[in-house]
Design a protein around this ligand. Structure first.
Ligand code: NAD
Length: 342
């Protein structure tokens, strides 16, 4: 199979490529990525030398360029990870989110229709569903109406809607998967878990929005890769699937859990730090901050047999260990040198 992965140099895309090529060494992957600040080629160091992996730098919004790639490679399937993905940035600069996430998806859809691609897979988020009360019993289902609150989630909702419209209008062979907060290796340290690990190791403040009681549902990135793969292999075309780990945690509890792991795994603290937890600092809440996300993933479990392998405890430990073993990677991200080494 010849697979186009867009946004494959980002956090989830690169983990997916590494995982996929280990599982299916006979497949061919072409990775198309614009290489924004969120892309880090170091994440693909193990696959760039393979004959069945090709990297192309380019923008999914560039219609001519995208068409030329489709004409040249004749992809069997496309998985679209490419996106602007940081909510805080979307609040400051929404237009690039509309451009990449909405228009870019539209360009890919048109190319798929034109070149009769057999399967398109849109990687989406639980944030499109809006926010749940902290009642411990309401969940996002595939049938939950979209009610996005941030420019990021609105742009993801719009791109999902485009995919769904193409399914209905053109019998377009596609799936949408909506996943919860991913975590694991190679995540850019603007996101909560790597941000807290990195700041703690440097003795910097650990910023927690508002009262820290917002709840997110965490999924280890390799479990997400397995879920995507199951949908690719066995998913019913035209369907949406939620992929989530039933790991609901309050943000403050995630931060404290990281501090506890660091006490054990990195006991030599930066100068002036007695306990990592002392670095926790509450900061002004994010505007429109959703209270709770919680995915019901019973459809993919029942229909396709997907179950996550990592609990939050095992996944978080692996993740903290990975960052501790890859301090040089973190340093290059922080001083910007990763962008010069492309
Ligand atoms: P990321 O920001 O780490 O990576 C995005 C990648 O897309 C980068 O490599 C970037 O260079 C590339 N890109 C951006 N604009 C592009 C363009 N115009 N053309 C080509 N490439 C472009 O994001 P991520 O965390 O890996 O997320 C991947 C996908 O999963 C996104 O669609 C995101 O909305 C979705 N998602 C992420 C999470 C999460 O927890 N990280 C949760 C749910 C859904």
């Amino acid at each position: 199979m010849r697979l186009l992965i867009t946004g494959g140099v980002g956090f989830i895309g690169s983990n997916y490529i590494n995982w996929h090529l280990q599982q299916y060494p006979g497949d061919e992957i072409i990775c198309l990525d614009k290489l924004t600040y969120a892309a880090n080629m170091a994440a693909l160091a193990d696959v760039v030398k393979l004959n069945n992996f090709t990297f192309i730098q380019g923008d999914i919004c560039d219609e001519q360029f995208v068409e030329s790639c489709f004409a040249q490679y004749k992809f069997d399937a496309v998985i679209n990870f490419a996106a602007e993905s940081h909510v805080d940035t979307s609040i400051k600069s929404p237009s690039i989110f509309i451009k990449t996430n909405v228009e870019g998806t539209g360009v890919l859809l048109d190319a798929c229709v034109k070149f009769a691609v057999e399967r398109f897979h849109q990687i989406s988020t639980d944030e499109v569903y809006g926010s749940l009360p902290d009642d411990g019993k309401s969940y996002f289902y595939e049938t939950t109406p979209y009610q996005p609150h941030s420019p990021y989630s609105a742009s993801k909702a719009s791109s999902d809607m485009l995919v769904k419209a193409y399914i209905d209008t053109y019998h377009f062979p596609a799936n949408v998967t909506n996943t919860s907060n991913n975590y694991g290796p190679y995540q850019f340290p603007e996101k909560l878990i790597p941000l807290i690990i990195n700041n703690a190791l440097h003795g910097k403040k650990l910023p927690v929005y508002g009262d820290g009681l917002n709840i997110r549902d965490w999924l280890y990135v390799d479990d997400h890769a397995k879920g995507i793969d199951m949908v690719q292999e066995h998913g019913k075309l035209g369907e949406s699937y939620n992929i989530g780990g039933h790991n609901e945690r309050k943000n403050i509890d995630v931060v404290k859990a990281i501090c506890t792991l660091l006490e054990e795994l990195a006991p030599n603290k930066p100068n002036g730090v007695t306990r990592y937890e002392d670095l926790i600092t509450y900061v002004t809440d994010r505007p429109g901050h959703d209270l709770r996300y919680a995915i019901d993933a019973s459809k993919i479990q029942k229909d396709l047999g997907w179950v996550p392998e990592e609990s939050f405890e095992t996944g978080l430990r692996k993740t903290v260990e990975w960052y501790l073993n890859n301090l040089e990677w973190c340093r290059r991200v922080q001083d910007g040198s990763y962008q010069r080494e492309r």
